[in-house]
Design a protein around this ligand. Structure first.
Ligand code: HEC
Length: 465
C-alpha cells in the first residue's frame, strides 16, 4: 500500500464513474403522476387504480408499522385481513363494506386527516369491490431492483465504511449500492448495486475475500448481501425480514455472520449457506450493532433498549447484560486484542466495558464491568472504533468531529474536525496510521489519527447536473 503523500492542502479526488440514466426514479414518478382513473369499461385494477389512492390518502396511518384500527392499506394481502372491527370490505358488495362507509357520508371518517376522497375515487373503490376485489399486483411490484446504477443529484450521507483486513480496499455506503475504492490511490474499484435502497453496515471477511452488507428498505425489507471482492459479483442476497437490518459482523473464523435489526432480533447466519442458526429475541428495541468475542462462541449486541447483551453464539441463549442500562446504545466496537468493548450512547456516553457476566453487581454498584467512562460527548455518538493495536479509541459525533482518546488514561489525544455535519462512520487502516471518516456531507476523509491532520478527501460519487 502506497501511503498518501502528506499535503497541507488536502487533495480532493473526484472519481469519474460512469452513471446510468436516471431512469428509475423518474419513471416511477411519471407513472404515478399520469395514472389515469380506470376507463369506464375496463375492470378496476387494485394495483393501478386503488393502490395509488390508498398510498396518497391512507397508507400514512395504515401500514405495517402503524396499523391504525388494525387496518393496513399498503398491500393487497394486508388489506384483505380483517381489522379491529372486522373485514374492511365484503367481496361483491360495496354497500356492506366498512371501507366504503368510512370514506363516504356527509363527513367521511376516513381519511382521518387530509382531503376526503373525490366522488370518482369512491366510485372506483366501490366498483373494485363489486367486481370481485381482485388482486392484480405484479410479482415484482415491491421489488426495488434497478437495472442501471443510480445517479445522484446530491451527495449521499455516508452511513457505513469498512476497510478490508489486507488494507487494500475501502467500501462506503451509497444509495442502492456499495462504492469500493483502492486505499492506495482512491481509484474506484466498483459500484456494487443491490436490491436494497439503504446500506446500513459493511464488514469485510477476515480473509478479505468477501464483503458482507446489512441493508434494507425501511418498513419493507431487511437484507444481507455478500459480494466477492475479487470479481465484484454478488454471491448472496438473503431476505431476512420486513424491516432494516444493522450492525453486521463476521465471526473470527469467517464461517458465521451476526446482525441486528429493526425487528429487535439478533441473527446468526452460517456462511456461506446463509442458514439462520441463531435467532435471539431478548431485546425490547432495535439491535444496532453486533460484535464477536475472540473465541467465536460469544457475541455482543448493542440496542436502543440500552443494553449490551452477551449472547451464547452457539445456543442463542442470553447470558447477561454486560452494562448498566443508562441510555440507548447506538454503536459498539470490540477491542482488537481482548474481551472488552467500547460503546457509544444516544445521550453522548462513551464507555468501555469488560464483555463478561455482570454478576458481581450490587445495589451500590451495578455497572461493575465498566473499565472507563470517557468524556461526555455533545450529542449522540454515531460510531466508535478501536485502532488495530488498541492504543486509540475513536468516537464520531454530530458536531462534525471525531475524537480520539487514549484508552489507558482516558485523555483526548486528537480532534478530527472539518466535517460539514455529523460523522456517521469510521474505519482504521490495518496499520493504524490512517483513519477514514464518512459524514453527512457525503465525503470520505482520511486523517492521521495520531495528530488529527487531514490527509485527503474523497467524493465517492459524481453528481449529475
Ligand atoms: C391520519 C391517520 C389516518 C388516515 C390518513 C387514514 N386513517 Fe383510517 N383509521 C385511522 C385510525 C386512528 C383508525 C382507528 C379508528 C378510529 O380511531 O377512528 C382508522 C380506522 C380505519 C378503518 C377501520 C374502521 C373501523 O371502524 O374499524 C378503516 C377501514 C380505515 N381506517 C380506512 C382508511 C382509508 C381507506 C383511508 C384512506 C382513504 C384511511 N383510513 C386514512 C387513521 C387514519
Amino acid at each position: 500500500m502506497t501511503p498518501m503523500t502528506p499535503i497541507t492542502q488536502p487533495r480532493v479526488l473526484l472519481p469519474h464513474i460512469a452513471g446510468g440514466p436516471a431512469a428509475y426514479p423518474s419513471l416511477i414518478l411519471l407513472a404515478l403522476l399520469s395514472a389515469p382513473l380506470a376507463a369506464a369499461d375496463a375492470p378496476v385494477s387494485w394495483y393501478k387504480d386503488v393502490t395509488p389512492l390508498f398510498k396518497r390518502s391512507c397508507n400514512g396511518c395504515h401500514n405495517p408499522n402503524k396499523t391504525k384500527g388494525d387496518v393496513d392499506t399498503s398491500t393487497y394481502a394486508a388489506f384483505a385481513k380483517p381489522g379491529k372491527n372486522g373485514p374492511s370490505y365484503l367481496v361483491g358488495d360495496p354497500t356492506k363494506s366498512l371501507v366504503v362507509s368510512e370514506v363516504t357520508g356527509k363527513e367521511p371518517s376516513m381519511p382521518k386527516e387530509g382531503d376526503a376522497l373525490s366522488p370518482a375515487e369512491v366510485a372506483l373503490l366501490e366498483r373494485w369491490i363489486r367486481e370481485g376485489a381482485k388482486d392484480d399486483t405484479p410479482a415484482d411490484a415491491y421489488s426495488t431492483r434497478i437495472t442501471a446504477p443510480p445517479t445522484y443529484a446530491a451527495l449521499p450521507v455516508i452511513t457505513a465504511l469498512a476497510i478490508s483486513p489486507d488494507g487494500r480496499w475501502i467500501a462506503a455506503s451509497g444509495y442502492h449500492e456499495v462504492l469500493v475504492f483502492s486505499t492506495a490511490d482512491f481509484q474506484p474499484r466498483g459500484r456494487w448495486v443491490g436490491e436494497s435502497t439503504r446500506i446500513e453496515s459493511l464488514a469485510f471477511s477476515p480473509d478479505s475475500k468477501s464483503l458482507a452488507v446489512a441493508a434494507g428498505v425501511p418498513a419493507s425489507l431487511g437484507e444481507v448481501q455478500v459480494w466477492d471482492v475479487e470479481s465484484g459479483k454478488q454471491t448472496a442476497a438473503w431476505k431476512l425480514s420486513a424491516d432494516s437490518v444493522y450492525g453486521i459482523s463476521w465471526s473470527p473464523t469467517g464461517d458465521r455472520l451476526a446482525l441486528g435489526g429493526a425487528d429487535k432480533a439478533v441473527r446468526v447466519l452460517a456462511y456461506p449457506s446463509g442458514k439462520e442458526i441463531v435467532r435471539f429475541d431478548n431485546h425490547s428495541d432495535w439491535s444496532l450493532q453486533t460484535a464477536w468475542l475472540p473465541s467465536g462462541t460469544r457475541l455482543l449486541s448493542g440496542s436502543r433498549d440500552r443494553a449490551i447483551k452477551l449472547i451464547d453464539a452457539v445456543s442463542g441463549q442470553f447470558i447477561d447484560d454486560i452494562n448498566k442500562l443508562i441510555e440507548p446504545v447506538t454503536c459498539i466496537a470490540r477491542h482488537p486484542k481482548d474481551e472488552t468493548v467500547l460503546s457509544g450512547g444516544a445521550e453522548g456516553g462513551l464507555r468501555w466495558y469488560k464483555a463478561k457476566e455482570n454478576q458481581e453487581r450490587t445495589a451500590a454498584n451495578n455497572d461493575v464491568n465498566l473499565v472507563r467512562d470517557f468524556e461526555r460527548q455533545p450529542g449522540p455518538v454515531q460510531a466508535v472504533a478501536f485502532s488495530p493495536d488498541g492504543s486509540m479509541a475513536a468516537a464520531a459525533i454530530p458536531n462534525g468531529e471525531v475524537r480520539i482518546y487514549n484508552p489507558a488514561d482516558g485523555k483526548r489525544t486528537a480532534t478530527l474536525g472539518g466535517h460539514d455535519g455529523a460523522v456517521f462512520s469510521l474505519a482504521f487502516s490495518p496499520d493504524g496510521k490512517r483513519l477514514f471518516t464518512g459524514s453527512f456531507d457525503g465525503l470520505i476523509r482520511e486523517f492521521d489519527p495520531a495528530n488529527g491532520r487531514l490527509m485527503g478527501i474523497l467524493q465517492p460519487v459524481t453528481l449529475t447536473p
